[in-house]
Design a protein around this ligand. Structure first.
Ligand code: BTN
Length: 251
């Protein structure tokens, strides 16, 4: 019996819950199931991850029983070129779910969710040949973070604990509605993404394919790319390894 059992029946079709006490990484476990042909919609949630991963192989801090660590298996029918949009789409699903508890959650392109400039959730989207794993880590009830980590949690922001299973349900409901819209429906989703874009109007330094760029973020383009003004022109950045704020002016 886990805390998550009672929401299992409330998940919309085609989502089904698979709870695990302890895993290496929910993304890795779910990938193994996806490779075996598991149908779309499996949501693997773990009480404890011993090798949770962030982007670029970074360790993901998710203390047992306090944070929410889960992965969702999708098998998009849209062309592969659209799949990277799932990072922003998942960001929107998470931000809106968190806004059931706090006034505003922002999306830091391409895959973080922030509250008051501090990270509250991270998203790791990994694609296989015919599937996508959307891995989501949310700081729900964590109160203590390692020194140097600019992070926050729902419990800190609200001043009290929040039921992790309720947060999971809110995220999955939205992901279920938004994930099928990465093709022709993406423009509609962009409104919510742009409203919550943490980087718009800010100066950033970003690294992409070992090239460093600096500039002012204009916003998010119609395909989900970051629009960066630098050296007198606007560039559309499709992918970046790291995005750092240089100043906090604007926005
Ligand atoms: C990041 O911010 O760099 C992404 C963090 C993603 C963490 C989640 S927790 C659930 C899933 N399993 C993992 O190993 N990583 C993702």
């Amino acid at each position: 019996m886990s805390d998550f059992d009672h929401i299992a029946a409330q998940l919309p079709d085609p989502f089904r819950l698979l709870w695990r006490e302890k895993v290496s990484s929910t993304n890795d476990e779910l990938r193994a199931l996806a490779e075996k042909g598991m149908a779309e919609g499996l949501v693997l949630v773990a009480e404890e991850q011993v090798a949770g991963r962030g982007r670029r192989g970074a360790e993901w801090f998710s203390p047992k029983g306090e944070s929410l660590a889960f992965s969702v298996l999708l098998r998009p029918t849209e062309p592969k070129g659209f799949w990277s949009r799932l990072s922003l789409v998942a960001g929107l699903a998470v931000a809106e779910a968190l806004e059931k508890y706090v006034p505003l959650a922002e999306i830091k392109w391409p895959n973080d969710v922030l509250i008051g400039g501090k990270k509250i959730a991270g998203i790791l989207v990994e694609a296989g040949k015919d599937y996508v794993i959307v891995g989501i880590g949310i700081n729900v009830n964590t109160e203590d973070f390692p020194p140097g980590l600019a992070a926050t949690s729902l419990a800190i922001e609200r001043g009290g604990e929040v039921a992790r299973e309720e947060v999971l349900l809110e995220v999955v409901k939205r992901l279920g509605r938004y994930a099928p819209e990465i093709g022709s429906g993406f423009l509609d989703l962009l409104t919510g993404i742009r409203e919550r874009c943490h980087l718009t109007g800010r100066h950033v330094a970003l690294t992409c394919a070992d090239r460093r760029r600096e500039g002012l973020v204009r916003g998010i383009g119609s395909a989900g790319e970051l629009l960066l003004d630098s050296d007198g022109k606007t560039e559309a950045i499709v992918q970046a390894d790291e995005v750092r704020l240089i100043t906090n002016t604007g926005c």
